[in-house]
Design a protein around this ligand. Structure first.
Ligand code: AMP
Ligand code: ZN
Length: 487
């Protein structure tokens, strides 16, 4: 194969699609990690499946990566604007556990979800609590350089000192469009100024606390990402990822403080990539205690984690996605069909990079080129899926060619097509799991549809079929009358 298409990606810094040119032998990549005070929800996992897609794309292009994902176990105030209590401490009080136990428990839950979703492990998962001395040093350097001012509530970064402040968010003069969630802080000069250190209030001793030149307290949330990424990837690195919400505030502040700290006139990070949100509002599904749905809710309902991954990759990362049970049902059905089709082709060869793919069959060469073009065009995973499905239907492709194409698509998609067990992808729920009431409802709907058909009321019959469809019920008309089954 040739070197393929140039990898191009949408850089939030400048808001345009650009060629990706690595700056060295190893590309440094940092992804903002979770705050471990609660289970990660399905939206959070979209951010890590996206980062994983970037990893897989770079591997495909033969680019070596060093990937760091932080674990925020201290410093994230209840409000992103640095006011209020620490999220970890609130959770500890709520669950009557120690902050350490809370952090450990939810970090493990995060790792479990990453593994279930077949996300490639990062090289490092630094915990913020282990880097507090470095954070204090970093803040002290900014203070020495005149970038800060001190208030009773802590040490603040003075955004007026940074003429390029807010470039990433395209904030206009003096941060007129600053993020809506920024709240009032007594004495703060500009609303965009943010805490580097949060000093504990007199008489309110925090559980997590460190001594610093600005009194006992905790580091500001933004500080940890600058400090840990620079510590583990060097002063400058190529790629920084996160959810789109971070583009407006957290990453803006990371850039401001890092560039003030490095003071070398160079942009701190070259490519900023942000995934759009997964909208969870539309979901009508059992929620875990009070929170947004998480992966375990899906697996308990009989979905395979790979079906959720397929659902995510079926949309482009820069488009919002609505999470609905119907969409997830469709994803699981697609995955089931894919695996059934691919199973006879197993074992698949290892094809993790374009260079490792060498088919001699023209139909396979064409399919690989489509896949390479799709990943190179700002990580277009829906197009990779379409190219795979087309190849699987192509009468001209050889079995060997198809093996290569399937392995290549899956190296990028990470669905586990080479090993997934079709038995694990059976219908969403077994019929035996239906409650008496659910069964009754289904049978009444089926009977009502039969009646409507007898009366030749086709619109009503269709409407009832759609209702059944929403319940995951498939009706088949046989000479003996209709039968139904769960999809
Ligand atoms: P947090 O634990 O809140 O710091 O979030 C972890 C990651 O998930 C960050 O990159 C967020 O931007 C991202 N994120 C949060 N909610 C969503 C969502 N609904 N859809 C996609 N990404 C999200
Ligand atoms: Zn961060």
């Amino acid at each position: 194969m040739t070197n393929g298409h140039q990898l191009r990606l949408y850089n939030s810094l400048g808001r345009r699609v650009e060629d990706f040119i690595p700056s060295g032998d190893v590309t440094g990549m940092y992804s903002c990690g979770p705050t471990v005070y609660a289970y990660p929800h399905l939206g959070n996992m979209r951010a890590y499946v996206f980062a994983d897609t970037v990893r897989r794309a770079l591997r495909w292009k033969g680019v070596r990566v060093r990937h760091v994902v932080n674990i925020t176990d201290v410093g994230h105030a209840v409000s992103d604007a640095d006011t209020g209590e620490d999220k970890m401490e609130v959770a500890a009080a709520r669950e009557r556990r120690s902050v350490l136990e809370i952090a450990e428990f939810y970090t493990r839950a995060f790792f479990d979800d990453l593994a279930a979703l077949n996300v490639l492990p990062a090289d490092e998962y630094p915990r913020a609590s282990a880097y507090v001395p470095q954070m204090i040093e970093f803040a002290a350097t900014l203070q020495a350089r005149g970038y800060t001012y001190q208030l009773p509530s802590g040490l603040y970064f003075d955004t007026a000192k940074d003429p390029r402040y807010g470039e990433l968010a395209q904030l206009h003069a003096e941060g007129q469009r600053e993020a809506a969630r920024v709240e009032q802080v007594e004495g703060r000069r500009r609303k965009t100024d943010f805490a580097l250190w949060r000093t504990e209030e007199p008489g309110r001793r925090r559980v997590l606390r460190w001594d610093s030149p600005w009194g006992w307290g905790t580091p500001g949330w933004h500080l940890e990402c600058s400090v840990m990424s620079i510590a583990l990837l060097g002063p400058h690195f190529d790629i920084h990822t996160g959810g789109i919400d971070h583009r407006e505030l957290h990453h803006v502040n990371e850039i401001a403080q890092s560039e003030a700290f490095l003071a070398d006139g160079k942009p701190w990070v070259r490519y900023w990539l942000h995934n759009e949100f997964l909208q969870l509002g539309a979901a009508k599904m059992a929620k875990s205690a009070g929170g947004a749905p998480r992966l375990a809710d899906l697996t308990e309902a009989g979905y395979h984690p790979a079906a959720f991954r397929l659902f995510l990759l079926g949309g482009h990362y820069r488009s919002q996605l609505d999470f609905t049970p119907a969409a997830l049902d469709a994803a699981q059905a697609t995955l089931r069909r894919l695996v059934a089709r691919i199973q006879p082709l197993r074992p698949l060869p290892p094809v993790e990079s374009l260079a490792a793919a060498s088919p001699d069959d023209p139909a396979a060469v064409r399919a690989l080129d489509l896949i390479d073009a799709a990943i190179s065009a700002d990580f277009n995973t829906p197009k990779i899926l379409a190219a795979l499905q087309d190849a699987l239907r192509d009468p001209d492709i050889t079995a060997a060619g198809l093996r290569t194409v399937t392995a290549a698509a899956d190296a990028l998609l990470g669905l586990g097509l080479a090993i997934l067990d079709p038995a694990e992808l059976a219908g969403r729920r077994a019929e035996a799991d239906l409650t008496e009431a659910e069964r009754h409802t289904i049978e009444q709907l089926v009977a009502a549809r039969t009646q409507a058909r007898k009366e030749r009321d086709w619109p009503r019959a269709d409407q009832i079929r759609a209702q059944l469809d929403d319940l995951g019920v498939q009706v088949t008309d046989t000479p003996e009358g209709p039968t139904w089954q769960l999809r």
